[in-house]
Every structure is written in C-alpha cells, then in structure tokens.
Write a protein that binds this ligand. Structure first.
Ligand SMILES: Nc1ncnc2c1ncn2[C@@H]1O[C@H](COP(=O)(O)OP(=O)(O)OP(=O)(O)O)[C@@H](O)[C@H]1O
Ligand SMILES: [Mg+2]
Length: 486
C-alpha cells in the first residue's frame, strides 16, 4: 500500500510545511495552511513530460552558445479576432505563450474567450476546454452569441463582430488534467482556452481542485505542453475577494501575460488591462461593452467617459493616458459644508489619499477653507484614474464646486500638482491634446515646460506654472480670491 505523507500548504503563498501552523511561517497569513495528503513521490502516476525544446535534442548536445548564433524565428502573432484584445496582448496572441485572464465572477471572462475562440476558429484550430460548465451550457452561450440579432448599436461602439460557425472550434467539458492534456496532444490546436485553471484537477495530487498545489501543478503541466507544441493557451483565473488573482504567485510568474477584466457592476462597459506582458507593453487598455448578444468592442472610449450633458458646476474634463491610449474623461466634485467633526472625503475612481493631498494644496496655496467642507469626487463611467496628470482636473472640479462656477465648455485640464502649488510637466502631452482636439475641445490648461514644440489645431493652449494661475485661466478671476482666515 502506498505510504501517505502529509504536508500543509499555504493557500496564500504556496509554501509547504510538514507541521501545522496557525500562521504561515513564509508569508505570515493566518489560517491559510491546509492539510494535503499525497502518496509518496515514488508511487505517483507521472507521465514523463519532456522540458520545452528537449524533445528532439539529446541532453548531451544541449550546450550554451553565443547569443548571436542563436537562430531567430520571426514572431508571428495570431489575431484574436478582437482588435481591443490584440491591443492589450501587444499585437496578438503569440504561439506557445500562456495568457492568464482574471476577473470578478460574472464579469464576462467566458463570454470574451468564447467569442474570441469562435472568431479565431475560422482561421486556426481552437480547443475550448470548459471545466466549470457543461458542454450544453457552453453550447447555449455559443448559440446566443451566434444567433441573437444585435439591438441598434449606439454610435460609439463598433458593429458587433458576430461569430459565424467555423469548422475549427472543438469543445471539451472536462475537469481531469490528464484527459485535457491527452486531448491537447491529440489535437495539437493552435489556440486552447482553459476555463478555468482553478476547476482543473490533477488526480495524482490529494488536494481539492482550486487549492494552491493543484493550480500550480495544472498550470505547470499545461505550460510544458503549450511550449512543446506551440499552442497559445488562454487560461481563465479566479480572483480573491480583494480582487487579486487567486492561487499561488508562482502562477503569475509562470504565464507570459496576465490580463484583468474589470468593470462596474452597474455599468455595461468592461475594461481589459495587461498587468504583465512578456510580449508587449503593460497598462494598455481595451474597452468592451456587454450587450445581450455578447461583448462588443468600443472603438472610441473617450465618448463613453464624457458626460455629454451641458457642463455644470463642479465638472472638469481631463485627458488620462492608459498605456499609449489617451482618454478624455469627465470628473465631478461636490463640495458642501460639513456637519461632522471631521469632514468626509469620498473618491470614486481616484485614490482618496491623492484627493486629500490635492485638497491640502488648494487650502494652502489658494486659501480655500476646505477643511470645513465635505468633498466628494467621482470619475465618470467607473474608470480608475491613477496617474497624477489628473491632479489639475481634480483641483479645478473642487474649486468650481466650491465657488459654484462652471468651466467654459470645451476646456480640458492636464497637469500634476506639486506640494508647493507648482504644476509639474506630464508625459505624452501632445498625444493628449490631439485627442482633446479630436473631441472638439477648444481650450487646454497645461503645465509650462512639458516640451510642447508646436500648437494643436483648433486648441487654445494656456501654459501655467502654478495651480493659482491655472485656476484663473480655467475659471476666471473669481477663482483666485484668497479667503482663508488669518
Ligand atoms: N442571456 C443573457 N442575456 C444577456 N446577458 C447575459 C445573458 N447571459 C449572461 N449574460 C451576461 O454575461 C455575464 C456572464 O458572463 P460570463 O459567464 O462570461 O462571466 P464569467 O466571468 O465567465 O463568470 P464566472 O466567473 O462565473 O465564470 C452576465 O453577468 C451577464 O451580464
Ligand atoms: Mg465563466
């Protein structure tokens, strides 16, 4: 009888111990160790899986060589069928690469990958492995995506790329890793989707599906086969309640790209970002819209994040840059007298610490008594704006709400605020201004010294060196009155 060895695996970091601890000795997480019973290593049913590139080369012949002598193969990317997905991947799927797609439950991961698999199936052989849903469930979704007629699309979005039934899409509903590997070897598809990695199960390991050991082993086995037969693998990954990718960190190191699919539960648009990418830039943004008949690409996202209504007090427009893509986004601020001992500051789409810092700069350098006021800030469309180039827009929205002023229509504000009240230059200013001009902006308030070599057609540009000067340029002389108590 096989001797059973017991070990404890941390569900947070993947560390393995022989003894139970309440706190993981490696990462310090409490109650994260889970017992795992595994047969002794020598009795385990292990298929010999050669390492990448080792299949044809005998071990003795594998030696180092000068980098100049290493043969090159042109990188031929596979088009995923969706320009927005290709953009985030850095230009398309790379054969033999592993891409991990994470996102909240129900956000649309399976929908995105099934649509993309179907779009690719016309040109390549594609295997869709559904470990979470039955073949009938996937078929129902496939039929809905293929057959439902699109409703009249709004002008900002592209026409729906309706999947047409192609010969190349194979479906397998299976959770056993061994059977999935066998099918991959038999079919040798160009692309395979695994939905999801947490639902796969390696029968040789004693632990439950989704545990750290299972996820690590399944991903490693899939990676080996993908590299060996040049199959591009798209893996769906679950996220924890904190929004992090579930499973061991080693999973993120193992794959070539990590994409996150996010979105507001109350809005229909979905944002796809690259957190890690070995074949392209990170922080590229893809925008989709969820409709009854599936996900549609949004080709002009700036129109999605613009209010569209007549400007009101406390509204400002900024141009944020997501990777190489400029986005014109509307911000709204509400400043009202506080009835609390310490005023409330709530920010949606911008870090609260950033808001605190901007309010402190305005209090100090414009003399506004903001510590006696509550301040609420929201970014339209549920976008998360992290870059400091949004500071000047936040400041203008706060001052406009406080003074009950309306920014002249067609005004955009771009700039980072220093703690001394100075405006700091921002990157890619010309790109941002061109996007603003394309969306009919007429005035732009920007930091001095951003290296703007020439003007932008149709745009009046005001270069300012301090926040006080920028507020006067944006809102008029009414914004400048210094009224703080001495
Ligand atoms: N019949 C339908 N009509 C319209 N929209 C639908 C329909 N069925 C599903 N959806 C949309 O698709 C979303 C679910 O998509 P999907 O199953 O791809 O998500 P997921 O990220 O794979 O979820 P999970 O993590 O549970 O696997 C739903 O939240 C809903 O918005
Ligand atoms: Mg799913």
């Amino acid at each position: 009888m096989a001797r059973v060895t017991r070990s404890y695996i941390c569900q947070s970091c993947g560390a393995e111990t022989r003894q139970f601890f309440g706190r993981c000795p490696s990462c310090g997480s409490w109650n994260a160790l889970v017992e795992q019973a595994a047969p002794a290593a020598d009795t385990r049913r292990r298929r010999p899986v050669p390492t990448p590139g080792a299949a044809t080369v005998p071990a003795a012949a594998r030696r180092s060589e000068p980098i100049q002598a290493v043969g090159e193969r042109p990188l031929q990317r596979l088009c995923s069928g969706y320009g927005e997905l290709d953009r985030v991947l850095g230009g398309g799927l790379v054969p033999g690469s592993l891409v991990l797609l994470g996102g909240d439950p129900g956000i649309g991961k399976s929908t995105l990958l099934l649509q993309s698999a179907q779009a690719m199936a016309g040109r390549h052989s594609v295997l869709y492995v559904s470990a979470e849903e039955s073949a009938q469930q996937v078929k129902l979704r496939w039929r809905r995506l293929a057959e439902q007629q699109p409703a009249a699309p709004p002008p900002a979005t592209a026409p729906i790329d309706r999947p047409v039934p192609g010969p190349g899409l194979q479906l397998l509903s299976e959770t056993d890793l061994e059977l999935v590997l066998q099918e991959l070897e038999a079919l040798r598809p160009a692309v395979a989707v695994i939905d999801s990695i947490q639902a796969l199960h390696d029968a040789d390991l004693g632990s439950a599906p989704g545990s750290v050991a299972q996820v690590r082993e399944c991903a490693a086995a899939l990676a080996r086969i993908a590299k060996r037969q040049d199959t591009a693998l798209l893996l769906v990954g679950h996220v924890t309640k904190e929004g992090m990718l579930a499973g061991p960190k080693v999973l993120e190191h193992l794959v070539d790209a990590v994409l996150t699919f996010e979105g507001d539960r109350f809005a229909s648009h979905r944002l796809l970002r690259a957190v890690k990418n070995r074949f392209g830039a990170t922080h590229e943004l893809g925008v989709f819209e969820m409709r009854g008949q599936g996900l549609a690409e949004v080709l002009n996202p700036s129109e999605l994040f613009l209010g569209g209504d007549a400007p009101s007090a406390g509204t400002a427009t900024i141009v944020a840059c997501e990777g190489t893509r400029p986005l014109v986004v509307e911000l709204q601020a509400l400043v009202s007298t506080t009835s609390y001992a310490s005023p409330r500051r709530t920010a949606t789409g911008i870090g609260t610490n950033r808001l605190h810092q901007i309010l402190a700069v305005l209090e100090k350098h414009l003399g506004l008594p903001l510590s006696r006021f509550d301040c609420y800030l929201a970014v339209a469309g549920g976008l998360e704006v992290e870059e400091p180039a949004a500071d000047l827009g936040v400041a203008a929205a706060v001052v406009a709400s406080y003074r009950d002023l309306t920014l002249p229509p067609g005004t955009v504000l771009i700039g980072e605020l220093g703690l001394g009240g100075q405006l700091r230059p921002v990157a890619q200013l010309e790109l941002r201004l061109q996007e603003a001009a394309r969306l009919k902006a007429r005035r732009a308030v920007v930091p001095k010294g951003s290296g703007l070599s020439k003007g932008v057609a149709g745009l009046e540009i005001f270069e300012c060196s301090t926040v006080a000067e920028a507020m006067v340029r944006a809102l008029g002389a009414g914004a400048s009155i210094h009224e703080r108590d001495p």
